[in-house]
Design a protein. Structure first.
Length: 124
């Protein structure tokens, strides 16, 4: 039996930690931790405000950037978030709608990593 109590971060490979940090903070993420671990690399953790888990922006030296992360973020309205992200210059995919499935879409960060945004709630 495990004593794991939660999920802290999911590592996302990036080529430029400063550029990635700027991208995510412009989306409204909070910087939770930013500490040097070598002369050229930092350990950076970011998260949506109020979230108990977040992302670790790890140096692309560990894992190649440009992956499908499988990370899904939740929002109150996928349509509003899709519109706002697109208006802010974020590369967003098509807003998808299927019967019985919450509206959702993808977006990519400057390193080509793919993320998903899914509307909260079951009354879709």
């Amino acid at each position: 039996m495990t004593t794991i109590t939660g999920l802290r971060t999911v590592g996302v490979p990036v080529t430029d930690q400063d550029r990635a940090l700027a991208f995510y903070t412009e989306l409204g993420f909070e910087t939770r931790l930013d500490a040097p671990i070598s002369e050229t690399t930092r350990w950076i953790e970011i998260a949506p405000p109020g979230s108990t888990s977040g992302l670790a922006l790890v140096s692309g030296n560990e894992v190649a950037p440009g992956i499908d992360t499988g990370v899904r973020f939740s929002v109150a309205s996928a349509e509003v978030e899709h519109r706002d992200m697109a208006a802010g210059g974020v590369a967003v995919g098509e807003l998808l709608r299927w019967d019985g499935v919450p509206p959702m879409f993808t977006f990519t960060d400057p390193d080509g990593n793919t993320f998903y945004v899914v509307q909260e709630g079951s009354d879709v």
